[in-house]
Write a protein that binds this ligand. Sequence first.
Ligand SMILES: *Cc1c(COP(=O)(O)O)cnc(C)c1O
Length: 432
Amino acid sequence: MYLHGTSKINEKGHLEIGGADAVEITATYGTPVIVYDEELIRAQCRAYKQAFQKAGVSYKVSYASKAFLCIKLAHLIQEEGLALDVVSGGELYTALQAGFPAERIHFHGNNKTKSEICMALEANIGCFVVDNFWELELLHELAEGRKQSVNILLRITPGVEASTHEYITTGQDDSKFGFSVKNGQALQAVQMVIAKPLYRLIGIHSHIGSQIFETSGFIKSIEILACFFKQVHKETGHTMDVLNLGGGFSIRYTDKDAPLPVQQYIEVIIRETRKRFVDYKYKLPAIWVEPGRSIVGEAGTTLYAIGAIKEIPGVRKYVSVDGGMSDNIRPALYKARHEAMLANRAYGRQKELVSIAGKCCESGDMLIWNVLLPKVQHGDLLAVSCTGAYTYAMANNYNRMQRPAVVFAYNGKVQEVIRRETYEDLIRNDIG
Ligand SMILES: *Cc1c(COP(=O)(O)O)cnc(C)c1O
């Protein structure tokens, strides 16, 4: 298992994260538990900011909270000076409860409900990223009732879709998100926004995908977006201040992944933006990015206790852990791959190839197929790395499993940030 951030193996042969011994963490908080390396989260936040500051451009880095959000993380993101993207009333509520500054909250989503919009207006958040014509009308109607002006970014589909290793240009209309540039709906939306007295059109947003390893998709998007900025100016005389390129920056889950350093993604984005906007003799807009996975993904490690071990001679050895698709649905959902190690016996000998099974009642609940570990024994502690993004955020109560505890480790200190669910929690909303 690759050791990210502050993770290392200590003199006892135990995995250590944020200066805290994984065996001791589980003795206190039980298993499964997700341990975040707080220093690594902060380092990622700073890497984005520094890359922009070095280039001397206006920018905003907004953490896409859907990757993982809790009160403590909202505090951390606030301390690091980032903005926060939310896509639901629940994420907005969490941010507000954490005391996150409303003007730094951006509201995304393709179906914001009336009550969610009202909640966001009431809080007076920084901006709405408007996704479709329905929302454009609804938001204005609700803002009118409150006589409140609203900052708007329009989400557009640039026709660039990022896949894992390359971008492919797709049919403009085949996305549930945003206004298409090619069919003219994006320009139509711009005209509608400009015509509404309470709207202030500050910019354009696009998000082309996730776990993107190359810069070509961003380069293509910038070209198309710059073209669109120019078209808007020509048709309406309106200039916009913000070019929001979304998130999608990749991380290293396994040795097959070769993400670029944050610095490099940002350098390319800035270079291309300068190039395209100088070409058009247009004022350089502020560049906004929205990393989610790359802020928290590598910082998270899940610790499980190993229970049943089943060997089918000549076929495979199944090693079962006390969690699974209820705390990490990614392998079942999109065949995501993770690395693992024995957190209590990092240097154990007699390596063997095993497969890690979750305990949920689905054959598909396999966390890792074929991983080389020291000869596994009952009671060993398994660490699965890179579980910081889209794991707890997608955790569920299938089989009435309790969602795990989450802790932050920093400089040898461990702080519980989400309590493990109890059996009482599971029946809290049941009406008998
Ligand atoms: C999901 C999402 C992000 C973050 O994506 P990552 O791959 O986690 O960086 C950013 N912006 C928007 C609009 C998104 O939907």
